[in-house]
Design a protein around this ligand. Structure first.
Ligand code: CIZ
Length: 304
């Protein structure tokens, strides 16, 4: 096992140099992929790095919309997604066509789209958001009404923190949506006095019953700064690897055993090596979609 890792890591390092590549890994990736990465972070932070980093090739270890985000912001670079099957069921819950229809029903609403969406959907949007900036972005808009796409749980989280009217799309992250109120109560009983920190993609009842709701970046920051030595974490289990690595003297418990995203687990060292060898699967976005999608992302950047 260890030998396999060492051999593959060496191979990846050599190929990275050869094609001037950088490896970006999402916080939810498996341990060995996080270890092989030059940068580990959330989708938005990684897209920004993708746009700025001096590299010809970006190996994006995450899911499809994340690699697309990099291709939107860095069209001159070759963006690779090591396993093309790595999709996002939440992003698939809205299509550009369905969104166009919904916009007709709410002509005065600003379309606010979570980055967990396809390039086509971003291209139909006024502004993008991430879980870390959604509340600030919505509150900064001139519009009094927003159509929040596609995550109804993050949308409800925003609705509770704004005076604006928020129209929700009926989408959700199948992994975070599975966490139950009973699991929150059970965790409180098992670990009295331990803060429960969840992701805003969890249902509103789970968020309300917890102590804090943050993006993955927010959870990492909270874990670093809090005096608590134990935390219960309500987000995809991949984050625990980084939490433990960064806070070796603290203990982290996963709120629910259902918190595993199969799409985030497709990528491994073999697939990264194969991707670098073949420069495939490559993610590109047609220019007529890339430009309006880029504008929605850039608007978020200028606000956040
Ligand atoms: O935007 C991301 O990277 C996701 C999926 C979650 C988060 O809060 O970082």
């Amino acid at each position: 096992m260890e030998e396999r890792r060492a051999v593959l890591m060496e191979k990846i390092q050599k190929m990275k140099k050869k094609c001037n590549a950088v490896i970006l890994a999402h916080n939810y990736q498996i341990d060995e992929v996080q270890d092989a990465a030059d940068h580990v972070g959330d989708s938005f932070a990684l897209s920004r790095i993708a746009a700025q980093v001096e590299a010809d090739v970006i190996v994006f270890c995450g899911v499809h919309f994340m690699a697309e985000g990099a291709a939107i912001l860095a069209p001159e670079k070759t963006v690779l997604l090591p396993d093309i099957q790595a999709g996002c069921p939440l992003a698939d819950m809205v299509t550009a066509e369905a969104l166009r229809e919904k916009k007709k029903m709410h002509p005065h609403a600003a379309v606010v789209t979570y980055v967990n969406s396809s390039a086509e959907v971003k291209a139909e949007s006024d502004v993008c958001v991430t879980s870390s900036n959604a509340v600030n972005v919505v509150n900064s808009l001139d519009a009094e009404e927003v159509l929040f796409v596609p995550d109804k749980n993050l949308g409800s989280f925003v609705a509770d923190r704004t005076a604006k009217k928020v129209i929700l799309w009926d989408g959700y992250c199948i992994t975070h949506h599975r966490v139950t109120l009973e699991e929150v109560h059970a965790a409180r009983e098992a670990h009295p006095g331990t803060p429960i920190v969840v992701h805003p993609e969890c249902t509103p009842e789970v968020v309300k019953a917890s102590d804090h709701a943050f993006s993955t970046g927010g959870i990492l920051k909270f874990a670093r700064e809090t005096d608590h030595r134990k935390l219960i974490i309500g987000t995809e289990m991949g984050l625990l690897y980084r939490l433990k690595k960064e806070n070796p003297h603290k203990q982290f418990y996963l709120l629910s055993q259902a918190l595993i995203c199969p799409n985030m687990k497709y990528t491994n060292l073999e697939k990264i090596a194969a991707s670098l060898e073949t420069l495939q699967p490559r993610i590109t976005v047609p220019e007529e979609i890339r430009e309006p999608a880029r504008l929605a992302l850039e608007r978020m950047l200028s606000i956040a």
